[in-house]
Design a binder for this molecule. Structure first.
Ligand code: NAI
Length: 340
């Protein structure tokens, strides 16, 4: 009996602990598109993040169910679901970080650019609301085509007088996640130890993994490097084709999105030396936006880092990607100018 009592005392202690917020920074994270293929597992993963105190789940529909479900998990954050445009302001108010996986995904045969028209409009209206309700939040843009939606977001924020280039990020972490996984397989090293920077943008040849800088280093042939590069660039298409009409990467993207959001929150909380690749406003090349390693801090981007020495193959890849990336950026800027 005594041991049964001890067990029940321990159980009630655990449940009290689970519902009491531990001391620490209050951080509100909003996910826009939270009921979608990426949004749901991303909501789950953000519920597991101990830095989050308030988790706000917004979508045009379906979020009350997702929020009720996720809210039963006994971690720190308080979860609220918001559905429909009239609840968007309340969903955003007070947010430190807004993650945007809202929009339509690819089907087989589509490029990310085929999503442009629909997603551009969605991103514009969501960013207008961010400008109004939480202009100081960091924004993690997942909606494709990232090479154009990030410039659109920047234009929206500029037009509302709240643009701060340190707070706007295109999420390219899935490219890094894939590069690490594929490299570890080929180089036969422990994937947990692998680091590979990925620069450029987030579509086809604009995705440029720098395997010459990968660690732990391995003696891969140039054919192997070419194959790894192409597989990283086509990783999204590999998933789109395997899903055969049922969308694009959602689970691995949710993981990657959670990883990047975690890095942003660590930066906000003053954790030193947080570095991740991201598509941001940049002077690293002549292009106004470019993905490279970024140091994260209390205001978002603390420093955009250069990409270091490139192999001849990577140098060619860099020159080749610039034309496409430039036109995707310009397409976003022009679309915004014509959308007023
Ligand atoms: P999905 O169709 O499963 O979910 C999208 C969600 O957005 C839906 O729940 C929908 O109701 C919601 N939504 C639509 N309009 C909205 C609005 N105005 N406000 C709020 N929510 C809205 O699509 P999935 O698979 O989750 O993909 C979402 C986006 O992420 C797509 O654009 C896709 O291309 C992109 N993506 C980006 C990746 C990256 O590496 N950055 C990787 C994979 C996908």
């Amino acid at each position: 009996l005594r041991s049964a009592l001890r067990r029940s005392a321990a159980a009630s202690y655990m449940s009290i602990r689970a519902f009491a917020s531990p001391p620490g920074q209050q951080r509100k994270v909003a996910i826009l598109g939270a009921a979608g293929g990426i949004g749901q597992p991303l909501s789950l993963l953000m519920k597991l993040n101990p830095m989050v105190s308030h988790l706000s789940l917004y979508d045009i529909a379906g979020t009350p169910g997702v929020a009720a479900d996720v809210s039963h998990i006994n971690t720190r954050s308080e979860v609220k679901g918001y559905a429909g445009e009239d609840q968007l302001g309340a969903a955003l108010e007070g947010s430190d970080l807004v993650i945007i996986p809202a929009g339509v995904p690819r089907k087989p045969g589509m490029t990310r650019d085929d999503l442009f028209e629909i997603n551009a409009g969605i991103v514009k209206s969501l960013c207008e609301a961010i400008a109004k309700y939480c202009p100081n939040a960091l924004v993690n843009m997942i909606s494709n085509p990232v090479n154009s939606t990030v410039p659109i977001a920047a234009e929206v924020f500029k037009s509302k007088g709240v643009y701060d280039e340190r707070r706007l990020f295109g999420v390219t972490t899935l490219d890094v996640v894939r590069a690490r996984t594929f490299y570890a397989g080929k180089a036969n090293v422990n994937v947990a130890d692998v680091s590979v920077p990925v620069i450029g943008g987030h579509a086809g040849i604009t995705i440029l993994p720098l395997f010459s800088q990968a660690t732990p280093s391995a003696n891969l042939s140039s054919d192997e490097i070419t194959a790894l590069t192409k597989r990283t660039q086509d990783g999204g298409t590999e998933v789109v084709e395997a899903k055969a009409g049922k969308g694009s990467a959602t689970l691995s993207m949710a993981y990657a999105g959670a990883l990047f959001a975690d890095a942003c929150l660590k930066g906000l909380n003053g954790v030193p030396d947080v570095v991740e690749c991201s598509f941001v406003q940049s002077t690293v090349t002549e292009l106004p936006f470019f993905a490279s390693k970024v140091k994260l801090g209390k205001n978002g981007v603390e420093e955009v880092l250069g990409f270091g020495p490139l192999s001849d193959y990577e140098q060619q890849g860099l020159e080749a990607l610039k034309t496409e990336l430039k036109s995707s950026i310009e397409k976003g800027v022009k679309w915004h100018a014509n959308s007023k």
